[in-house]
Structures are given as C-alpha cells and as structure tokens.
Design a protein. Structure first.
Length: 405
C-alpha cells in the first residue's frame, strides 16, 4: 500500500508530522479532515511504486473460495469499525489471490472518490459476480454492509463445498477410466503384436476372438495419431459447442437431468444451489425479479434457468411463487411445499434456508452412494476388459498342437 508523509495542525493547534499508509492520497486527505486536521503538506514517499500502473486486471476470474475469503475479511473488518477504504487496502495486501488483490486497490480508489462500493465492484464482472454486487448494493442501502458481506461469504463457502463434492465424485471414475484406457492401449500396441508374430510363425487358423484382437491392434498401430487427433478434436468441439451453442448446451443439460443416478445427483445439487441462492438474496432484501435472475445463473442448468425465467414472469404478474414453480414441472414436491409454507407464514427466507440445508445433506449422501457404487463397477468393468484380452491372447496356446504343422 502507498505510504505518505504529511504535515498538519490538529484540532488543538499542535503541529503534527507523521507517515501514514493509505490506498490513495485522496483517502488520506478525507481521513485527516474527518479528524479535524488542517493539512499543510502531503508527500508520497515511495515514488518508485507510483510509476507503476495503478491497476492491471489479470486474466481470468476467481474461485468461490477466493470470493468467500474476500467477503468474510471485508465484512469482519467493517463490523469491527474499520473504515471501508482502509479495510479494502488491508485486504489488498493480504489476499493470496492477486486478481482480487489488484481489484481491491482500484475499488478502494474509486470509493475514495465517492463511488459506491457496489458500483466499483460492478466494473469488474469477471471478478465480482452479480450475486455479490447485488448483496453489497442492498447492504449499502440498508446500512448493513458488513452483514451482507458475511452472508455472501457463507453463501460462497456452501457453493464451493457443493462444487468440490461434484469434482471429487467425477475425479475417481475419470482417473480410473484414463488409466484403464492407457493400459489397454499399451497392451494392444506393444503386447498383442508380439503374440501375433509368434502365432503367425506357427501357422494355422487362429480363434475368432484372437483374430479380432490382433485386427484391433493393427488398426490402432496404423492409426494411432489419427485416433488421438480425433479424440482431441471431439473434446475441443464438445467444449466449444457447450460454450457457444445454446441448444446443444440445453440438450446436454436435459440429458443430465434424466440420466439414471446422474439425474438424481444433478437435481439435488441444482436444488441446493437454487434454494441457497434464493434464501441468501431474500434475507438480504434483493428484489424478487433480480433474485430469480441470479438464481437461474447460479444453478448452471439451462432447463432449470428457463423454468425460473417462466416462474419469474408469473410471480411478477401476481401468482404465488410455489404455484409458478409448480407449473414448470422442474421442481420436486418437497421444495414446493416448503415454499408454500414460507409464503403462508411470511418466513420464506427461513424455509428456503431449510430446503437448502436439506438438499445439501441429500447431495452429500448421493455423492457418497455414487462413489461406493462406481468403485466396484469400474473394477469389474476394467477387470472384464483385461480378462477378455488375456483370454483372446492365450486361446491359441490351448490349441498349440493344432497350430504347429
């Protein structure tokens, strides 16, 4: 953080000469004036740092855990009575994520110039999502900025936990499948040709499974680079279509919702994110229209997002929230019943928070159950493939007498 040397007279007329650390010179002037100082001179004493650009936004965004740390630290310091500009400066020095640290300096500068912190954050959409910007805006309007930031921190911790469990559930089968593919490829590329040469030298007709195995080995050896290129191309094409093609992304998401076992996992994780988002936004005072829009973005599922957009229009026109959601056919009866109770009792945020906790627990159990189911299934599958390859390789040996002429 920049350092300044200042000279001033305090309220009693005593001359004061000191060094202070502030995000900007303007922030220091505001602080000294609030303390009743008559400023004589202010001079920055780290000239080398001043030559550097004030802000360079790094490439990419930030993780949910980074946002949680940022919001919690900022909310805690504001709650402790630290001025907002000072708190942003302290965070900029301590945050491990350089992207957020750099943006914090710029947000502090803009705030010192009179810009609301929510407006300053909105200038960096890759770093501060609409969710946190809206919470901060409501916190500023209600005078509860620290509470809004703590809620945002709690929210991002929950979302990060859900995403982490999804990744952990997907990592094991993905890793095993990759290793199994490499092993099978190695057997077909290096081991099978050796057996093929031995059997060819002996003469005779090979069993059909062995012929098919040697044929697959020959195809792999002759077209290995082409096969690798095709796999890479297919992966890149899939990723591009997921980003650029709305209909393709919608089709994939619809399949995920209907797929056995996977569909149950996706629904529970989506409902957990939806309920957690709506509960946090409602309790913070965000408008219903914005809450629906942000929840749709957070769920990350196109059919669910479309359902929320449809429900939003119905609610704005005066229909009860649980009825609007029920008409979409995308939401379980449990969440609809809880929302109806929340609307009837005027405790919708509490009911949504209860739903969020329920689906978070259900999601945890579903992940654990899927991992327990996948582990033996993969072992049987991989063992079966390797076993079939070995049987096909050794079948001619059992008929060695017939092969030798």
């Amino acid at each position: 953080m920049p350092k300044f040397k200042y000279k001033a007279f305090d309220e009693s007329g005593t001359f004061v000469e000191d060094v202070a650390t502030f995000p900007t010179q303007e922030a220091l002037i505001v602080e000294l004036q609030n303390r009743g100082f008559n400023i004589v001179q202010i001079e920055r004493i780290d000239k080398e740092e001043e030559k550097a650009p004030r802000f360079q936004i790094p490439f990419g965004g930030v993780s949910d855990r980074d946002l949680s740390i940022f919001c919690r630290q900022l909310g805690t310091m504001i709650n402790a009575g630290l001025p907002l500009i000072d708190a942003l400066g302290v965070i900029a020095e301590q945050l491990p994520n350089k992207k957020l640290a750099s943006s914090a300096w710029e947000v502090a500068r803009m705030v010192s110039e009179g810009v609301p912190v929510s407006t300053a954050m909105s200038k960096f959409p890759k770093l501060y999502p609409e969710f946190v910007v809206n919470l901060v805006r409501v916190g500023e309007e209600t005078g509860n900025l620290d509470t809004a930031l703590i809620r945002a921190a709690d929210y991002y911790e929950k979302i990060a936990m859900i995403k982490s469990k999804i990744k952990s559930a997907a990592f094991y089968p993905t890793f095993v499948i990759i290793i199994a593919t490499l092993i099978v490829t190695g057997i077909l590329y290096f081991l099978v040709p050796t057996f093929g040469e031995i059997y060819a030298s002996l003469g005779g007709e090979l069993p059909l499974p062995t012929q098919m195995l040697i044929g697959a080995s020959n195809v792999l050896r002759q077209n290995l680079l082409l096969i690798i290129a095709f796999v890479v191309f297919a992966a890149v094409l899939f990723k591009v279509l997921m980003v650029q093609s709305y209909n393709f992304r919608k089709g994939v998401h619809s399949f995920m919702l209907k797929a056995p076992k996977m569909g149950d996992l996706v629904i529970k994780s989506t409902m957990a994110k939806f309920a957690r988002t709506m509960a946090t936004l409602f309790s913070s005072g965000v408008t219903l229209e914005r809450a629906f829009e942000i929840a749709g973005q957070v769920t990350g599922n196109v059919p669910i997002k479309e359902a929320l957009e449809s429900a939003k229009k119905a609610v704005i026109e005066g229909e009860a929230m649980h009825k609007a959601l029920e008409k979409t056919g995308m939401f379980p009866k449990l969440i609809l019943s809880m929302i109806r109770v929340g609307e009837d009792t005027g405790r919708l945020d509490e009911m949504l928070d209860t739903v969020a906790r329920f689906y978070e627990d259900e999601f945890d159990k579903a992940v654990e159950g899927m991992i327990k189911l996948i582990e033996p299934a993969l072992i049987v599958f991989i063992g079966g493939i390797v076993g079939l390859i070995l049987i096909a390789l050794y079948m001619p040996i059992f008929k060695l007498g017939e092969l030798i002429k």
